[in-house]
Design a protein around this ligand. Sequence first.
Ligand code: ADP
Length: 540
Amino acid sequence: MLQPGLMMDRPLLVSAILEHAAAQFGAAQIVSRETHGPVFRYTYAECAARARRLANALHGLGLATGSAVGSIAWNNHRHLEAYYAVSGSGMVMHTINPRLHPEQLIYVINHADDRVLLFDATFAPLIAGIAALCPGVEAWICLSDSAHMPEVRGIGNLLCYEELLSPSSEQFEWPEFDERTAAALCYTSGTTGDPKGSLYSHRSLVLNAITICMPGILGLSQREVLLPIVPMFHVNAWCSPYAALIAGAKLVLPGPRLDGAGLHDMMETESVTVSAGVPTVWFGLVQYLEQQQIKLSSVRVIISGGSAMPYALAATLSDRYGIEVRHGWGMTETTAVATLNALDAEQMKLPAEERHAIVTKQGRSVFGVDIKVVDDRGDTLPRDGKSQGELMVRGHWIVSGYFKCATSPLSAGWFPTGDIASIDAHGVMQIKDRVKDLIKTGGEWVSSIDLENVAVAHPAVAFAAVIGVKHPKWQERPLLFIVRKQGRTLQREEIVEFLSTRVARLCVPDEVIFLDSLPVGGTGKVQKAVLREQYGDVFK
Ligand code: ADP
């Protein structure tokens, strides 16, 4: 007979992270760029006191356990306080991506039953346009002091965050409840159909946050300085706002300044050692460093995820700037990081080109997550590094269903990701493409990611994107979009020639479109749906 263990059964709650941070690392710093520009600093202890005040204020507005609170905000200290106050008091923190279409914004706010909405002044015009269509929202709270409140019309019951906090007590007893209780909610970007809500539990957030502190992932401790560029409005900023407080790391929040100059300034001034973001952000930063002929003096490790890490970018970050690139994969439905590629001791000894090639893969699943790839019939494919199929995932922080959706997305207990991948004998996973981005030309499958990675290796290319476009003869053909580096010239023939020597003939795009910029969504990823909409007919 199985015998129960004799250990206490204490729930894993988000509030425990905050109180741990305040008690153990009370003097650790949080540095936050305000929406109107200046930098604000305070300590974990002060952050915890203000989160308790916010919890009191939200109760004062009539909210109770289970209420949903929306946020449309940058990575800043007030957003951080809300992360803890809302979830900590048993409410649901619904983070919203400001780049959703206005109809989708209205849809998610109403679908989530948000009763209060917190927003940064930047988004006041956006809020003014949708407020009347969100009848369930009783108060719109601007994350600002009274001096910097936006002047907009059309927002009923507009409140000022600092005015709300100032009379509130900093004494608040965080309630204790089941760790499986909902803590946060984030909707997918909804490129097909309505956005779907991933409802994270306290348990899933805490477990993921502890995991990503590990030396092989973010490697956080009291000695590290973490700058999460990945937005707090999407996929919990990969749980970094929880992980930093668990580890006692200094936390640097960049606010709205996500350009190369802004990031470089904060990284240098605050001696940032670890950062996390999507490849477009790293491209922007590298471009700035190249233009200015400057380096980064303290950044040691970056986690890149959200879309594929091109070889050329990994090589530049590592060889020119001495930064270790760790490549992660995850999605809204996986709470945060699910697989990660960090080099092991043997791989570290390999020549640079081999190391960079390894880093372009998405890596091994982290503890707590299982992965497999399956064929069309759902049969598991061998881990041979070649067999490609749909990536399936399961684990402690993987969705089991969507919010208010009766049908289960699971297949025999596994979540189908919609990504095509292979896994090698060492468990290293490589994403080939999203199912919907794969290009079928003349009966062969072409990976848009592979083509993009080769194109950005050309010295004159700043950004590249590839989509499949309907073709009368070939069914589909790849269409390549290029943004040239500033001051560089590049003609169609040159890039086609460059690609011809590096990819199979069938994959070489017949058409190249040069753009000034690519359409980028709120999470920093290229919006291929926008490109498809505009250029989907070029071969007709
Ligand atoms: P969306 O991009 O629609 O907003 P998510 O933020 O949930 O949705 O993104 C998840 C998707 O992003 C994954 O299914 C995968 O296609 C892609 N993705 C995430 N990380 C990587 C990576 N490291 N390499 C390639 N693709 C990635």
